[in-house]
Design a protein around this ligand. Structure first.
Ligand code: PLP
Length: 398
């Protein structure tokens, strides 16, 4: 099986799994326990927090462990808005506005929409993207004239790999007086992200996208930014996320972050495998469209090459994926996190890609565990399977 769905989730790295094992077996105490077993669990939690903070250049006090990036996004957006609505200042009386973009992941987009539905005083502005999938700068500057309270723009898009210039977008938002959050789920696993350098106030990360365990994630919240908790209770995680911490998940996340840091952003294994795959695919399926930001427009764009989005004219991704599975290649249609949903990807639609092409779009995504050899093999398999699939549906494809 050649696994090319790493933007959906990754295999856990051996180093993380190994460190987690004792905490699943004999070291099972709560980190709040006032005995040596509890102290050891607490110390493991602190080590994990230190490793996570080191990866993104944050202070340990700025890391809130969560169960996934969906939770991190919810905690930040709901927590901030609730705080602004309840603040005992002038802002308690005025309306609150949120700026985001149309191609965000559902965990940001649906959360913003839900907040705006819930509170009459909250207004949502969704900025469109340009034809390459980047936030439309003219529309963004226009939205900032409204002096929003919060801006949430993703770092790297999970379907196309488009890399937004977060430092610039954050700087503009700050000039307009807004608090800036970024969903960095797809960037942190592949590029160096330092919160002080890019200047963000909050950032969400998922553990299972960077070879950590499922059920792990964190929110970076810059010192001084105040949010209200979504989960209230025993006051763990600085009062922002109550509940006995999942030490096993946090230990695995911490170790996976340390491994990522050790490999460094110079580790181009995944990017090399992805480019071998894309080149191979162009040879076997010259009519396939690779949706690389800038490819069809000729514009120079910053994108993550580890995500290869391919549109098969006339094809139907939902019928090709099972055939690829049978042939030993795992990939997804559009965004796997919203798989099961009918209709074409909101990201491709927002970029102006027609429904026909969007329907036939497959996403292949790579990790440091993919080799160039299997990438070349996968391209040949995809070529063969796609041609056969289309032939079976009476479509001739070059
Ligand atoms: N944000 C982005 C950009 C994603 O790609 C995903 C999942 O694919 C998420 C958020 C949600 O991550 P999680 O599964 O950790 O909730």
């Amino acid at each position: 099986m050649i696994y090319l769905d790493n933007a959906a989730t990754t295999r856990i790295c051996d180093e993380a799994l190994e460190e987690m094992m004792p905490f699943l077996k004999e070291e099972y105490a709560s980190p709040l326990g006032q005995y040596s077993l509890g102290f050891r669990a607490n110390s493991a939690l602190n080590t994990a927090r230190g490793r996570v903070a080191a990866l993104i250049g944050a202070d340990v006090s700025e890391i809130i462990f969560t169960s996934c990036a969906t939770e991190s996004n919810n905690l930040f957006l709901r927590g901030l808005i609730r705080n602004l609505l309840n603040a005992g200042t002038d802002s308690a009386h005025k309306s609150i506005s949120i700026v985001t973009q149309t191609t965000e992941h559902a965990s940001v987009l649906n959360t913003c929409e839900d907040i705006a539905r819930e509170y009459d005083r909250v207004r949502l502005i969704k900025v469109p993207v340009d034809r390459n999938g980047f936030v439309n700068e003219v529309a963004y500057r226009e939205a900032l004239k409204e002096r929003p309270d919060v801006v949430s723009i993703m770092h790297v898009n999970n379907e196309t790999g488009a890399v937004n210039d977060i430092k610039k977008l954050c700087g503009l938002a700050h000039e307009a007086g807004a608090i800036f959050h970024t969903d960095a789920v797809q960037s942190v696993p592949h590029m160096r992200v330092n919160v002080r350098e890019i200047g963000v106030d909050a950032l969400s990360v998922s553990g299972h996208k960077l070879h950590g365990p499922k059920g792990s994630g964190f929110l970076y919240l810059r010192k001084g930014v105040i949010i209200k908790p979504v989960l209230t209770g025993g006051g763990q995680e600085n009062g922002l996320r109550s509940g006995t911490p999942d030490v096993v998940a946090c230990v695995g996340l911490g170790k996976a972050c340390e491994e990522l840091f050790r490999h460094g952003s110079e580790d181009r294994t995944a990017a090399r495998a992805a480019s071998v795959f894309a080149a191979g695919l162009k040879e076997v399926l010259p009519a396939a469209v690779i949706n690389r930001p800038g490819d069809s427009t000729g514009d120079s764009c910053n994108y993550l090459s580890e995500i290869v989005s391919v549109s098969i004219p006339g094809g139907d991704a939902l019928s090709i994926i099972p055939d690829l599975d049978m042939a030993g290649v795992c990939c997804s249609s559009g965004a796997a996190c919203s798989a099961g949903r009918k209709g074409v990807s909101h990201v491709l639609a927002a970029m102006g890609i027609g429904e026909g092409l969007a329907k036939g779009t497959l996403r292949f995504s790579f990790s440091r565990y993919n080799t160039e050899g299997e990438a070349a093999e996968a391209a040949v398999i995809v070529g063969r399977v796609v041609k056969k699939n289309l032939e079976n549906h009476g479509i001739l494809f070059k």
